[in-house]
Structures are given as C-alpha cells and as structure tokens.
Design a protein around this ligand. Sequence first.
Ligand code: PRX
Length: 649
Amino acid sequence: MTNHCFIGFKIYLHMSNYHIKGLEEYFNVYRKSIDKPEEFWGDIAEEHFVWRKKWDKVLSWDFTKPEIKWFENAKLNITENCIDRHLLTKGNQTAILFEPNDPTEKAEHITYHQLHERVNRMANVLKSQGVEKGDRVCVYLPMIPELAITVLACARIGAVHSVVFAGFSSSALASRIIDCDAKVVITSDGSYRGAKTIDLKGIVDEALNSCSGVKTVLVAKRINSDIAMKDGRDKWLQPLLDDASTDCEPEIMDAEDPLFILYTSGSTGKPKGMVHTTGGYMVYSAYTFKNVFQYEQGDVYWCTADIGWITGHSYIVYGPLANGATTVMFEGVPNHPDYSRFWEIVEKHKVNQFYTAPTAIRALAKEDLVFVDKHDLTSLKVLGTVGEPINEEAWHWYNDNIGKKNSPIVDTWWQTETGGIMISPIPFATPTIPTFATLPLPGIQPALMDENANEINGNSVEGRLCIKYPWPSIARTIWGDHQRYKDTYFSAYENMYFTGDGARRDAVGYYRITGRVDDVIIVSGHNLGTAPIEDAINEHPAVAESAIVGFPHDIKGNALYGYVTLKETGETRVHDNLRKEINQLITEHIGPIAKLDKIQFTVGLPKTRSGKIMRRILRKVASNELDNLGDISTLLNPEVVEKIIEERL
Ligand code: PRX
C-alpha cells in the first residue's frame, strides 16, 4: 500500500471475515481471531477501510502499564471512512434520517452528499473559532442533526469531542467541561422532549459560571426561544454555517490519536473521561455493526439511544456511517404523543433493524397492545437490546409482539469502556436464549474469575467477567488520570481487563450477564455510581451521612433506595419535605435520572469495625430479602440493622 491510497473501494468486493453468515462460519472466524488476532484484524482493517498510511504493527500491548496500541503509526481520518468514500457510489442515499419529536414535523433525509457538505461547514466554523487538532470541544445538544454533524466535524479537524448527554444538570456539565478543559461548547436554544421544552442554553449559562476556560459558545436554533446571549462569548451557529465553505480537507490523524472522550460513572469519585482513539475504534465499531445487525445495503437501521451515550456514538454515528448505512436519529420519546410512537416510526420509515433498551421495552409492554398492533412492523429483520440485563418477560414480549417470533433478538453486552459490542448473538447464526448475551464476538476473549483471582475454566460456572486480550476499541486511558484507569480496570486481576460485571457461562458456553459487582447501579439502562449521588445528598445541611443501593423495579430494572442519617441539629422539617429537597439536590448535581425512588431516614448506617458501610445488608433490606442477611455480628453497630428493617419503606 502506498501513501494516500484509498483501499476502501474493496469493501463490497471482498467480504471475507467481514460479514459472518451462519454458525459454522462464526466458529471458524472466531477461532482465527483468537489464534491469529493480528492477522485477523489487520486483514479486516486493510480490506474494508480507507487509510492514508498503513500501520507498522497491528498491535502492541501491555496490560500491566496498561498500554494498548492498534495499527501503530497508521494515518487516517475517520470521516473519510464514514462519509467521503461513500460519495461516489451512494452520495444520494440517505445517511441520517432525522425523525423529529413532533410527528407532524417532516422527517429530514440527509444524504451522504449533504452530510459531507454540512460536516465540512461545521468543521470550518469550528476552525474559525480557533479550534485546532487535539482541542476538546464539549457538545451539549439534543438529538438533532447538528449533534451528529458536530461530532463528525470535530473528527474531521482532529478535535476531540466530549458529548455530554443533554439530560445532565449544569453542575454535571461543568465538571465535565472542566475535567477535559474544553474551550468551546456547542448547544442549542433549547430542546423538545415529548410535550415539554427544556432550556438547554440556561443550563449551559449556569455551568459556565464555574468554567472560565470556555471562550466560545455556539448556539443552534431548535425551539426558537428567546434566550440571553452573552456578548463576545455566545454566537448563533446558523449564520456562521451559512458563511462557511463546504470544503474542508480532513486532518490526517494517527491511529492512536484521541477521537473522543465520553464520561461514565465510577463507583467512587468524579466521572471517568474514557478516551477512545481513532483507528481501532473505527474498525471495531464498523465490524460489529455489520455483523451484529446483519446490515445489508438499502436497509434502514434505527438505534433509539441518545448520542450522549456510547451506544449512540458507536451505533448511531460511527459504526453505521462507516458501513454506508442509513441511520435513524430520533429526537423524541417513546410515549409522545402516545405509546405507539416507536412502532409508528418503524412503519413510516420501514425500519429493518431496531435497537433499544430493556427499560423502554418494559415500559411499552405495560401498555395496551393496540399501540403495537395498529402498525405494520413487517419490515423488521433484527431486534436488539443493550444497557442492562433483559428479563425473560420483556424478552418474550419483544419477541412475540414486535418481532412476531420472526426477528432474532440480539442481547448485546458491552460498556462505554469497550467502545463496541463484546458479547452478542449474530442474527441467523447464533441460536438465541432469553436473557443470554450468548457468545463473544470475534476477537473477544472473556474469562470468568473466582474470589481468589483464579480463572474458572469449563462450563456451567459463574464468576467475575474479565477480558484477557485487547480488542481494537478498548478505551486507552481515563482523561488526565492514567493511574485511575490502571487501578479501576487492570489491578484486580493480573493481565486482565476487569469489566465490573458478574457473569455465568452455561453448559454450552453461552454467557449470561448477572449484573454489576461493584457500587455502580444500572437504572433504566443508565450507569450510575453511588458516590456522586451520596456526595450530592450530603450537601444538604441537615444530612449527616447517606448510602445508596439499588432495588428491583418493574420498568427501570433497578431503582435507587437511599438511607439517610440526619445531623442532630434539632431538624424539625417533615421528612417528606426533606425527601423533596434531597431529590432536588440530586437533580441539580447530576440530573433527574439519578433521583431516588425511596428515602429512608435512619438513626445510623451499618458499619464494619473499620468504618466501612455494609452495603450488602442495605441492599438486602431495600430488596426485601430479609431472611438472608448474613452474619451481622461483626458489625460495629448491629443494633441499627433491626431498626432499619423495622422502618423500611
Ligand atoms: O453492567 C453492564 C450493563 O451496562 C454496563 C455498561 O454501562 P455503560 O458503560 O453505560 O454502557 C451501556 C451501553 C453499552 C455493563 O457493565 N450492560 C450493558 N449491556 C448489557 C448489560 N448488562 C446485561 N446485559 C446487557 N446486554
């Protein structure tokens, strides 16, 4: 391969190893990916992507440092792979299909040609505001085309995007802006969410009171609200876009240059800015998109996630576009104007692959089937779920009523840190079983570990889920805190990436994820660390101490239960008022997704003699599993347990 050669043209001619069809092929491909990982990924990277310069080495790695490099010294720009190379053959095909919140507003079909122009304009606007390669750009936008376009525009010029989900509060936004030292924020005058509007710009203004580093705020118009614009700092986006050129040469990036930062909760402390790099992330998100959704040219694919989460990054933007797919972007919510909205959209756009979260399925399954049955869902070929374990009942509802027992369900297990899907069935190849994510994708080597940090071999076993070999889209570090990256993921087990999840491997080798084994709680598919929520609660002047645990919830999967002790200040406010104030604090510090369902005021929290809160006991009480509390005799204060049980909610 020579410099500047576009090897991507081979993509649809040479499909070996790229598009797995059938179980036998899966096993063959998997075997090769394990026996010869460098050859496996090197071939895929070479045959199916556009590089400006080939790598010197496919992989070098050391989990003890940890340091992982894929496609060392290769040069590329991911937007050439996601946009430019499709222009010749499918410039007029829809790349992004935008479905607005209001069903009476027209859907927007953005072709690859138009996407190219709009991304280039946006890239030129960013440049005109002084954004350079390596600079961080914070994107705080609703699910409108500008969100995907801004993400791609950053990638075009080599800026590192940090998308913050537009449901996060001003202080959550501020801490993320400060952590990555973003100079520019892109937002909108507001957002639609069902029947409500949200004042996004107001949230940004508040956040920026504590972020002096931000010099420029670019504001997209969405709801035409009358907002305050700060002189010299805030600029309307549209006039800048109108004046910008539609040409923008892609910045040539190293395969290991950072592509984006995305924050995820940890069990302790501030959120972790996971850093994903360019080459490996591109190869893995594209490869897994193609195989897990069995995407065929001409299909319409829809992932209902928000681009503020990793699912949206990998499977609304990068994975689909790298495959030249048509990807739907939905601005609204599943119950507006009524509970048929998802199915109405499937019918309207003849969606072929539909990817959503178990919490959405559970919420829709509670409603009358009329909402489903009035729509023609025959276009559907593959259904997917992500973000949390799917319970059997929800799986069957999805399979029976949406897939009509005719569309395989892919229960995809992965994480912000993994960048792409890790364990999942391949439709029409892997037989599915409800609640099982089934088999590892090619290149993924799971291991189950016991309490003594030994690997558990064989089948019909359960343990802590680790991955023992790097895959191309593993996060490379935590922004600004490599030590934390090492401590969190590579210290519990030697030479392994530790996922934080538990899993079972059944008799035939299928994996079933059993849930988090740390203090992260998955609520409605959102990853919430207990520490930041407890920190928010503890800011209340009447609160002495708090502990958060999860308990099972019909729709959310888990809900949050807070145990709170009050200071002895003669607090006389009624508890219900305090509960409201506590949830208000959580909303301000994190966002409404982290609000507690139950708050129990208690005289004390059960502690070990070294002062550690015994969450295991609190979890059991919250889940009403009172006959199995374990040994409490070693506690510092066993008497509080009885009191907590007596007063449980
Ligand atoms: O506990 C697992 C759960 O979600 C966690 C990762 O959350 P996050 O980084 O926000 O990424 C979510 C979207 C990829 C995991 O550690 N999880 C994710 N998918 C599944 C799951 N649990 C069970 N089954 C899944 N399919």
